[in-house]
Design a protein around this ligand. Sequence first.
Ligand code: 13P
Length: 258
Amino acid sequence: MKRKKIIIGNWKMYNGPEQGHIFLHKLEEKLNNKKINCDFAIAAPFVTLPYIMPHDHGTNKGIEIDLCAQNFHYQNEGAFTGEISLAMLEQLGVRYGIVGHSERRQYFNETNKTVNLKLKAALNSSIIPVMAFGETLEEFEKNQTDDVILKQLTEGLKEINKTQIERIIFAYEPIWAIGTGKTATPKQAQKTIKKTREIIANIYDQKTAEKVRIQYGGSVKVENIKELMEQKDIDGALVGGASVDPDSFFKLITYDQN
Ligand code: 13P
């Protein structure tokens, strides 16, 4: 089964409304009449999201940049200072939302339990969750990668059924490769992503596992994206640093045309 690639730029805490506006303008110029073969989206800071909405949303003149949230709360509303709900993101027309990014796990107490709550909440909304997971350098060096991702996936996907899981996009991001310039080799990334598919097949079934899209993330850039995307089980990329600049992001989403 052919799975369509999906490339998401995760801006993290870069590009405010001003830079987002300029980015959109530049990217739209480049995309003019260009055919893009993959799905693509930008996970901008919350305040920037409204500034990267295509000007001609709803017409077929321009391109559609899908919006992605970097995080969201699992409750609909409430006294949760500083948080954003899925319903709020829906009002903006946001399509995707990242869950369990390693930086959120590391600095903001995101756990497999909250990942699970967020996934379930997203699956009850129109937002498509992008579930990030991956091992630390220490776990990698101790050869514990498979055990770590098994635990993250099993606990994160608790009580989520077969039909629901097909809506989830997975993003394998080895923590030692994030922002370090140290990319997992295409072979290493393929190996763990294949393992991920096997784990999903064990929890659900083979057919379901063949359907879900699994991205790789960690120092993906213009120079290495093509080789990564050629791997059998890698269905896209979650890109940090190299997605912040419009020229670079454009090259990433047209990697197959150069
Ligand atoms: P870098 O591409 O900057 O390594 O970041 C990866 C990442 O964390 C994307 O979510």
